[in-house]
Design a protein around this ligand. Sequence first.
Ligand code: PLP
Length: 464
Amino acid sequence: MNKELLRRLPKMDELLDMDSVKKYLKDSPRKMVLESLRETLDYFRKSILEGAIEDFNNEDIANKFENIIELHNKSKLNRVINAAGIVIHTNLGRSILSEKAMKNVIEVAANYNNLEYDLEKGQRGSRYSHIEELIKEITGAEAALVVNNNAAAVMLVLNTLCENKEAIVSRGQLVEIGGSFRVPEVMKFSRATLVEVGTTNRTHVYDYENNIKENTGVLLKVHTSNFKIMGFTEEVSLEELAVLGKKYSIPVVEDIGSGVLIDLSKYGFIYEPTVQESLRKGADVVTFSGDKMLGGPQAGIIVGKKEYIDKIKKNQLTRALRIDKMTLAALEGTLKYYVDEEYAIKNIPTLNMMLMSKEDLKKKAFKLRKKLRSATENLLFNMAEDYSMVGGGSMPTEKMPTYVIKVKSDKLSEKQIEEMLRKNNVPIVARVYNGEVILDVRTILEEDMDIIAEAFKVIGENVI
Ligand SMILES: *Cc1c(COP(=O)(O)O)cnc(C)c1O
């Protein structure tokens, strides 16, 4: 029986003559088609020998071949649906780009552009000039520079202003962010010497002042964006540091991490220092991320006094950390919205998701529940109130009230449901909590609801 089935397996040239294979030969590499056919044959041979297949026809072979070649064709980096309710999810690519940002990227990437060409003068220009004015206008800074990410920004600033010199930092701010950004490590690479002052929970102005020497290069303040020390604590304010910096002519550098440009406390959020405010309070140089609460692409933005930014621009390291044209295009598109606060909140997905009203979230949840209930009757979908998180190491204590859909089945465990969602053609990342699969509507895009419903339809069919 097995031998008979094995003998019936088509030869390679027969396979190459099949319509479904010919279709792929037109626009896929021939090598990939051949490899996929070999894998298809291997699959059938193995299944026959194991007794897993008792019969097959050409259509079975064509289907298997299509599955295999589609897998080969598929990118490894793919879109996913964020149903976890963490707005700035670092594992899921942080911020979603806004419309203007997307439009700019496509236009600039698909065409030649004036990246380093001054169209006014008809000569070589600077890639940094395009958005410097915009950043200055929004933040009130004297000058600005953009690099690869905030880690690069911090390293570049320290290397420029503090190489072979000492940077004074409070012990309470020697943070690690996302397991990859550690202030002491970044310092080492920048060749600045770290001078830790104060204790984990309390640092006073005199701790800084007592450690100022001939060789002090920078007074550094790091925003402890991803944790909060509660209780008996004291931090030296930026104003106090600025006074000290002036007194001894030492630049004050602040890494504020997330980089909010809008004061979100008026929308009910805990207070988070804005870039504008840090500059107003006297920081000489401020660095922040482009893809956290700013809602743009991965980037590190450096703003501050012109004398320091000019030095940083001249550092050879800037060349190695430089930002590419697609990122610049996305950043400019994002920043354009910030000229007007309402406009930014309405159009930048990260801000929009963070500030979505409870009524809107409720409406969204009703809509999703309805779609899910009509997709399958084999799972239970219930609406509930819950909390979403900002994520990206931003506002760690902030819990945003939201609505979620809780999914239950008496046949499938929450782990099985979570896995099936995760392995969906468009992967859906959900939260599992207390034995339930939870879909937070805050981070789910309206246009993705049908994909989620379709995924549950398939899961529902598997229940019985
Ligand atoms: C997130 C963060 C960083 C790292 O920023 P990237 O843009 O991810 O490189 C550095 N410092 C602080 C305080 C942060 O919050």
